[in-house]
Design a protein. Sequence first.
Length: 144
Amino acid sequence: MGGIFDFLAFFVPSDMILSWILQTEMDCGFLMWIDPEPTPFMKTLLLDLRDAIWRLKKENSELEIALRDGLEVLPSNQALEMEIIEKTEELKAKDRKLEELNATLQDMAAKLSSRSICSSFSTVVCVFSVALVVGMLVGVVLFR
């Protein structure tokens, strides 16, 4: 015997190969694998691996539940986010309008403060003259 059996001998212990050879030689259609008794180290290792698999399965199910819950909350979060974006745009538009009004107000204040003293004096004289004329007319009408 050679070929495949030599290849298997490299990876599998010899008593396993022997049981496999005996079963295939008789060709009963049933394969029986004979494993040696595991060592205490192998028993501990297999139990640790089993516990790790159970822990990972539990963690996976918890993560799936958290993901499902997160996907249920996601649409309401998206709606809130869209509302925040709309309100932010409204505030920006109101800020721009406020800045325009502030600029207009500053222009008006600059025009008022830039008037010369002569124009202010002229305005006062004109108002006084109009008041004097109105007063004289009222006096003439009342005391006649």
